[in-house]
Structures are given as structure tokens and as C-alpha cells.
Design a protein around this ligand. Structure first.
Ligand code: CP3
Length: 344
């Protein structure tokens, strides 16, 4: 697939090949910091947008057309797997995601379906529309939520600051947690394989809230299932593994054998890369809050990172986490122009 791409910088960097400059894309690039996003969002609910392939494609294309970015990421959400399994998912303005029927008991876990790929067909449809529109210009990244992070939303019934109920389940009822994680992992494998079959160019696994876990719990409740997923999906496209906490967990993440580990902004990216096995690329790791700052500051911080990474193959520029909704569009555009103007 990458052979037919006009701009394959992301694929080459993901495969640790040399590139003339780092490729750039940004987590949450298809979102609320763009006025054009709101023009669409004001007409539809978030889930309607995700589930209508033409609209999902429109939103996916916004940063492609307006930011001239090096990769598109499918407009969707990590929680759609939880919904397909039976979670009553809603997104409310100012509240964030909610599951109306939290999963807390054995009966709740038993009720969750694993044979639910038919409910996610809209994603394969969206991928086909997007690939037609991209016409090989840049790669399309798709994604799934990692089992631990999806478990946390199912158990808490939404976002959480402290993951109290989640940790209570891991500590008091580890066997139940493992059953739930296994079910999510099986759905995730089918879901990612469906997306790979639909013709995507790269995959990112989001384990956003792994940061909450201790080293041993990360290994037992997160890493084990992420590795199981990476071992069981079709490895025909590069796989990026992301979590908040990756500056701590990167060595374990590498054991799951992703092509790329995405690093949060707490760590020195070069030091992390040099501790990883050869052939594993890194993605990151600008603090997204830098994008609120003056343009000269944005430029200086990006160039400092690039200076630090000079001579390293296998580097994809991204933020350490997603773009915040109130970051000025012009600042994001400026950051991308800085990257695109850079040459090693
Ligand atoms: O990156 C992209 O542009 C692609 C689309 C994308 C969204 N969510 C769109 C979205 C992706 C890759 C995600 C992943 C996602 N969703 C994650 C992992 C990434 C991360 O940030 O760690 C998580 C944890 C979620 C769960 C989720 N979805 C939350 C917590 C929220 C609310 C966020 C908030 O700040 O209020 C969402 C909603 C969501 N997902 C929006 C978008 C554009 C906002 C929807 C709206 O317009 O109201």
C-alpha cells in the first residue's frame, strides 16, 4: 500500500527508514480547535458524525485540506468498540463520554457481546470513502482503544480522575477484570483486522489511561492484552502503540513488538529511543500546551526537539497527547509549517 502513496514519510519513519524531515500529524487533529469542525458538529451529534461515513470522511479530511498534514486519522472514537459490545454510549457537551450501563459485576461482563463486528461496519465504509478522497496523497491512520483503557470507561461509566472503581476491580476481582479484558481484546483484534482489510495504511492503539497503573499492574492488565492484540492482527501496516505513561512503560510497550512507540512529553525522546530495541521508531513528544504559546516559542521548541533527534531514523513528530479544543488554529498551522520547512 505504501508504495502507491505520494507522501509516504509517515510509513518510512514508522519502519525506521530515513526521511528528509520528520513526518507530522497530531492526535485530535480532526476536532474542536477548527471552526470548520463546529460547522459540522452544530448539525449532528458526535456519534452521528462517526456513524455516517460521508460525514466521518468530511471531518477526517478537514486537517488534510486545511493543515496539509502528512497523515490523516479516521474520525471516530476509541469507545465505539465498547458500544458495539453492548455499552450504552453517549457524548454530552461538557460532560464527555458516558456509558449508561456500567460493567461492574460478573453478570455485566457476561452480557457483553464479542460477536459484534456487524455493528462496526460503518467504520469500514468510512475508510473506503476516505481512501477514495485521499487518492493516495497521504497515509490513513486508524485506531482502536486498548483493552485497559476501554475497561476503565466501561467500569467507571465514563471518564474518571482517579480510576477508583477500575482499580478496585483489578485489585479485588482480578479474574473478572481478566475476563473483561479478554473480551475487549478479542473484539479489538476483529475490529482492527476489519479496518486493515478495508485498506488503511497504519494503525494506532490508544491506551490513554495506562498512566494510572503501577509497573506490575501495567504488565498484567494492559501490556499482556496489547501484546495479544499485536500478535493477532494482520501485521501488513505499521502499528503505533500509544499511552500516557509511555515515558515510564516504553520498555514494556516495546516487548509487544509495535513498529512505533508514541511517547508523552515527560521524557527526553532521544534517551527513550536509545533504550528501545533497534528498529522500533518513536513518535512524539511536544507538550501540547506549547501550542498556546507565541509562534516564536512554538518554532523554537519544535526545532530544539528536531536538533535533539538529528541522526535518528524512525521519528514521527506529534504531540505527547491530543490537541486541546481551545488551541488557536493559527498556532497549529504554524507548527505544521515549521515541521514542513525543516530539512535534516
Ligand atoms: O485524533 C483524531 O482527530 C481522530 C479522532 C479521535 C477522537 N477521539 C475524536 C473525538 C480519536 C483518535 C479519539 C480517541 C479517544 N477518544 C481517546 C484516546 C486519545 C486520547 O485522547 O487519549 C480517548 C480517551 C477517547 C474518549 C473520549 N472521546 C473522550 C474522553 C472525549 C471527550 C473529550 C473532551 O475533551 O471532552 C471524547 C469525545 C471526542 N472524541 C471528541 C472528538 C473530536 C469531542 C466530541 C465533541 O465534539 O463534543
Amino acid at each position: 500500500m505504501s508504495k502507491t502513496l505520494q507522501n509516504d514519510l509517515l510509513i518510512r519513519a514508522a519502519l525506521s527508514q530515513s526521511t528528509e524531515r520528520p513526518p507530522v500529524w497530531m492526535m485530535r487533529q480532526a476536532g474542536r480547535f477548527m471552526p470548520e469542525y463546529w460547522e459540522i458538529k452544530n448539525k449532528y451529534s458526535f456519534l452521528e458524525m462517526c456513524k455516517t461515513p460521508e460525514i466521518a470522511a468530511d471531518v477526517t479530511m478537514l486537517p488534510v485540506d486545511l493543515l496539509d498534514i502528512d497523515a490523516a486519522i479516521l474520525f471516530s472514537d476509541i469507545l465505539v468498540t465498547g458500544e458495539a459490545m453492548g455499552g450504552e454510549l453517549s457524548f454530552e457537551q461538557g460532560v464527555g463520554p458516558r456509558f449508561g450501563n456500567p460493567v461492574r459485576t460478573q453478570a455485566d461482563v457476561d452480557r457483553l457481546e464479542t460477536d459484534c463486528l456487524d455493528k462496526l461496519q460503518y467504520v469500514a465504509d468510512a475508510i473506503r470513502v476516505i481512501q477514495e478522497r485521499l487518492a493516495g496523497r497521504i497515509p490513513l491512520i486508524v485506531f482502536a482503544g486498548a483493552p485497559f483503557t476501554i475497561l476503565s470507561y466501561l467500569v467507571e461509566g465514563g471518564s474518571s480522575k482517579d480510576f477508583k472503581r477500575t482499580k478496585l476491580m483489578l485489585n479485588n476481582e482480578p479474574a473478572l477484570a481478566h475476563q473483561l479484558l479478554q473480551k475487549i481484546a478479542d473484539v479489538t483484534i476483529n475490529y482492527l483486522n476489519m479496518q486493515i482489510d478495508a485498506g488503511v495504511n497504519a494503525v494506532q492503539l490508544f491506551d490513554s489511561w495506562a498512566l494510572a497503573l503501577s509497573w506490575n499492574d501495567y504488565r498484567e492488565f494492559a501490556h499482556y492484552y496489547n501484546k495479544y492484540i499485536l500478535d493477532n492482527i494482520k501485521r501488513t501496516v505499521p502499528v503505533i502503540s500509544f499511552c500516557k505513561g509511555s515515558s515510564v512503560f516504553a520498555p514494556i510497550m516495546a516487548e509487544a513488538n509495535p513498529d512505533v512507540v508514541s511517547i508523552d512529553w515527560n521524557a527526553d525522546l532521544k534517551n527513550i529511543k536509545q533504550t528501545l530495541p533497534a528498529g522500533i521508531a518513536v513518535q512524539g513528544n511536544l507538550d501540547p500546551f506549547v501550542l498556546y504559546a507565541d509562534k516564536q516559542v512554538i518554532e523554537r521548541k519544535i526545532l530544539e526537539l528536531f536538533e535533539r533527534m538529528r541522526g535518528e531514523n524512525g521519528f514521527i513528530f506529534n504531540l505527547g497527547h491530543g490537541i486541546m479544543p481551545d488551541i488557536p488554529f493559527d498556532n497549529v498551522k504554524h507548527a505544521i509549517n515549521v515541521v514542513k520547512g525543516f530539512r535534516y
